[in-house]
Write a protein of this length. Sequence first.
Length: 83
Amino acid sequence: MFFLWFIIIGIVAGTIAGYIMRGGGFGIFVNLLVGIAGSVLGGWIFNQFDIHANGLFGSLVSSVVGAVVLLWIASLFKNKKKK
């Protein structure tokens, strides 16, 4: 049951991060991957600042924060189009 919640939170967090960073989602599979990676990164970030995110809402918040940071880091390495 925990794994199912982890996937659902990952999809929702990836979708929210997609809307925050780009204005749209990336599709369910990429949203899942970004959300899961973001949840790991968000948990690490929150741990570094000694913030405890408990429960469903706390997990979602930390996952979204991590996914946004992950997408922001990825945007730094994205090739810019030359004008």
